[in-house]
Design a protein around this ligand. Structure first.
Ligand code: FAD
Length: 458
């Protein structure tokens, strides 16, 4: 949207009225801090919203919805700003920014955490670990708690406790008409079901309650293999997690160095009773081990093992949940990582063994829990001149994995904005998608919240 149009849409008076109606603050293009406030994790996305409203509570979110719709501004919702598709920001539109709403309260006796809509995993884990409690979350602490949970949530404790969305007990949302709605087992249970997997579609979640588990320390960290031993390390990884050890969550990332030699990082997280568990000995004893930092550590330190710079690099991710990880697919993955002829990013494999498959998991829309692994080709680069080839590398890598795809869909939390609706539908399955569309019609019939992996209303 050009400057003239923005001025016409937003008079000084209307902006002043908005400012005075909010407990929180607004940030406009001429304000100091605007560039930092519009920046997301993915530097490939460079958008200039007309207004960023840093809401302080649910009332502010309702005001924001009202203002944006009255002025016909597109709406984006921002939690932790990590979504690689850049859904948290839109050109010329209105950003409902929840980054002021980060309080996390812990009810120790009921083992419940109550998180505001903009908390990060650092906020959450710091609050819950103060009482030796945990909810399985993401592996990078600056990621938004609610954004991650609403799409599923895979991390260091997935095998032990299940997906993050399985831990949502209740939520408070502001829906686009400004109404505050509650979802729990007794009230709007269908909405609670939808929030567990397709959550960003229905309203702005201002508060969520999560179930907690007792956990203080783990055996975690990382180990790294280089060169010819990488294939053997991948086979061992596949075989170890294939036995579904419920006390071991594990993900791996494959990359190449400047000399095109493969490097595999294994990030285990063991919570069982053994001081020197057999599963970790198997993972670490293969050839080519160049770094071994696997050790006992507090859970908060485990949450800092994987980190990545915010807003500095360009990202394009594409992948598939797969049914299995046969040798043939692992060889394809090893081939793909060198296909560009120079370092292009990485290929990450997350295992979904263990608790995601529990029969007593609360009902939810999430469609991937019965897949074996999530394989993501993650192009990461800095130079804009490389955009086309990096994006092509990720797309070709994902296409090569597709024959093993579990459903044809991908992980909504990692998808770019260019995924066609067919792929979002495949992610949930036809029946679930149709049910989500009905839910969407009930809570957001105009599809005001469409900057997400969208479920259009029926
Ligand atoms: C470095 C990095 C590490 C990651 N690690 C993991 C991981 O370990 N496990 C995993 O499962 N995923 C992971 N992800 C993916 C991540 O969970 C999703 O991208 C998620 O959408 C990020 O949420 P956010 O709030 O940080 O992002 P934002 O970009 O702020 O929000 C993304 C979208 O989520 C929705 N949303 C966010 N908050 C709310 C709210 N309060 N109410 C309603 N809708 C909301 C909106 O649709 C919003 O546009 C990672 C992503 C990155 C970039």
């Amino acid at each position: 949207m050009g400057k003239g149009v923005m001025e016409k849409v937003l008079s000084d008076k209307s902006v002043d009225d908005l400012r005075h109606s909010l407990v929180g603050t607004i940030i406009l293009p001429m304000d100091a801090g605007y560039d930092a406030a519009r920046r997301g994790f993915n530097a490939l996305i460079d958008r200039r919203p007309a207004v960023i409203a840093r809401c302080a509570n649910a009332g502010d979110v309702a005001v924001a919805f009202d203002f944006a719709q009255e002025h016909k501004l597109e709406i984006a919702v921002r939690g932790g700003g990590h979504n690689p598709a850049g859904h948290c920001v839109c050109d010329g539109g209105f950003v409902i920014d929840l980054s002021r709403m980060r309080t996390v309260e812990v009810d120790v006796s009921r083992r419940i955490a109550r998180s505001e809509g903009g908390a990060t995993w650092l906020d959450f884990d710091s609050a819950t670990q103060a009482f030796g409690l945990v909810t399985p979350g993401g592996v990078v602490v600056s990621t938004g708690v609610v954004g991650l949970s609403l799409g599923g949530g895979i991390g260091h404790l997935t095998a032990q406790y299940g997906l993050t969305c399985d831990h949502i007990i209740s939520a408070e949302l502001v829906i686009p008409d400004g109404t505050v709605v509650r979802a729990n087992a007794d009230e709007n249970a269908e909405l609670l079901w939808g929030l567990r997997g397709a959550g960003g579609n229905f309203g702005v979640v201002t508060r969520v309650e999560f179930r907690l588990h007792p956990l203080k320390q783990v055996i975690g960290g990382r180990c790294v293999f280089r060169g010819a031993g990488v294939r053997e390390a991948l086979l061992r990884y596949r075989d170890v997690v294939g036995h579904s050890p419920r006390d071991l969550s594990c993900q791996v990332s494959l990359a190449i160095d400047e000399s095109l030699v493969p490097i595999l990082e294994i990030d285990p997280c063991y919570t069982g009773p053994d001081a020197d568990p057999e599963v970790l000995r198997v993972l670490r004893s293969g050839p080519g081990l160049i770094q071994d930092e696997v050790r006992t550590l507090p859970f908060l330190d485990q949450q800092r093992v994987i980190d990545t710079a915010y807003g500095e690099k360009r990202h394009y991710w594409k992948g598939h949940f797969v049914r299995e990880l046969p040798d043939e697919l692992l060889d394809e993955i090893l081939h793909r990582i060198t296909a560009l002829g120079r370092p292009a990013g990485g290929i990450m494999i997350e295992s979904l063994h263990g608790a995601p498959k529990n029969a007593d998991t609360p009902p939810g829309a999430v469609g991937f829990r019965h897949a074996a692994f999530n394989v993501s080709v993650m192009a990461v680069w800095q130079d804009p001149a490389l955009d086309a080839e990096q994006i092509a590398w990720a797309r070709q890598g994902a296409a090569a994995i597709e024959p093993w795809s579990y459903s044809g869909g991908g992980y909504v939390n990692y998808m770019q904005a260019d995924e066609p609706i067919e792929r979002v539908r495949a992610t949930f399955g036809l029946e679930t998608f149709a049910r989500l569309q009905k839910l969407k019609k009930q809570y957001d019939p105009q599809n005001i919240l469409h900057r997400n992996q969208n479920v259009p209303p029926v």
